[in-house]
Design a protein around this ligand. Structure first.
Ligand code: VAH
Length: 315
């Protein structure tokens, strides 16, 4: 029987991942770990919740022992734009937090899922059809923590036998919890603004192509990887996974098929623009497809249809 801890369970991915894991493995078998942000009623009422600050190793160990955890989905992190504004905080949370999780996992025999990101690539990486194994010299603190995190997770697998696995997530689009301070956040905000105001001022310039994925596929990727046959895995930290690539003009055109009067204009954020320019336009995810059967279900059209249907009711 699996006993799972999700750190960052109140965040954009963690909040929906926790609910999916509870559906699959049982409510009482999935502990939601959060720090300060108030969890939703849905999260609180559907299973155990614990205050877990990943920079406090003892707090993690206490929760792992209390609930006899055997698998940790470690989602707690500072995202790219916030990390550029607070690089020291980002290093502390993204690296010291990860180190604490890995040490607890080594000591108490837990498997660990840690997401990396397209942010783990940099300006010298081939940006089109970015290979699984290629140059990784990001020039953002977020990217530095993601590359270091990948290497640390692989080290804990090879040196200590900790079952560490991860994916390089693209921008994730969801209709439950808003993202917190990422460069790709525009691709979520645009749907909310399209429905509320039929217009959106985008902070990334037209022509900025980035890999993206709908939340149901992001959750499927994490769980499928953790459930995959380990003997098939040639890679571990971390797999390129993607579902689509678009720029602001393309997603605006997809929205216009549902809201014809929707318009987009631009007020570019120079920090986010500089970050996005160093990230892939599109990744090659053939290794994930070959080693554990990765296959996204949603493309831009089907995601847009679902986002507008769900948000129209919600808003
Ligand atoms: C960010 N949404 O923008 C996150 C993600 C691929 C980007 O890591 O920082």
């Amino acid at each position: 029987m699996k006993n799972i801890l999700v750190t960052g369970a109140v965040g954009q991915i963690g909040s929906e991942l926790t609910m999916s894991l509870r559906e699959r493995f049982g409510n009482d078998n999935v502990v939601a770990g959060g720090r300060k942000t108030k969890p939703s009623e849905k999260l609180l009422n559907s299973g155990p919740f614990e205050i877990v600050d990943c920079v406090d190793a003892q707090e993690i160990a206490n929760v792992v022992k209390k609930h006899d955890i055997d698998t940790i989905y470690h989602l707690a992190a500072i995202l790219s734009a916030v990390a550029e504004a607070n690089p020291v905080l980002a290093w502390n949370v993204n690296i010291n937090g990860l180190y604490n999780v890995l040490e607890v996992a080594r000591d108490l025999k837990c498997a660990v899922f840690t997401p990396s990101s397209i942010g783990a690539f940099g300006p010298t990486t081939p940006l089109d059809n970015t290979p699984q194994d290629t140059i990784q010299r990001p020039n953002t603190m977020y990217g530095v923590t993601k590359v270091a995190g990948e290497l640390l997770c692989d080290y804990y697998f090879k040196r200590f036998g900790v079952d560490t696995r991860g994916v390089r997530y693209p921008g994730i689009i969801s209709n439950e919890t808003l993202p917190g301070g990422g460069t790709t956040d525009y691709a979520v905000e645009i749907y909310y603004e399209a429905i509320k105001h039929k217009k959106y001022t985008c902070n990334l310039p037209a022509g900025t192509f980035l890999d993206m994925m709908y939340m149901p596929d992001a959750i499927k990727a994490g769980i499928d990887l953790m459930e995959a046959d380990p003997t098939r895995l040639k890679h571990r930290n971390a797999f390129n996974v993607t579902a689509m690539s678009f720029d602001p003009e393309i997603i605006a055109a997809a929205i216009r098929k549902h809201i014809p009067e929707f318009t987009i204009d631009y007020d570019v954020d120079p920090v986010k623009k500089a970050i996005a320019e160093t990230w892939p336009n599109s990744m090659d995810d053939s290794a994930a497809r070959a080693e554990w059967g990765w296959e996204p279900e949603y493309d831009l059209e089907t995601m847009t249809k679902d986002m507008i249907e769900v948000l129209s009711k919600k808003l």
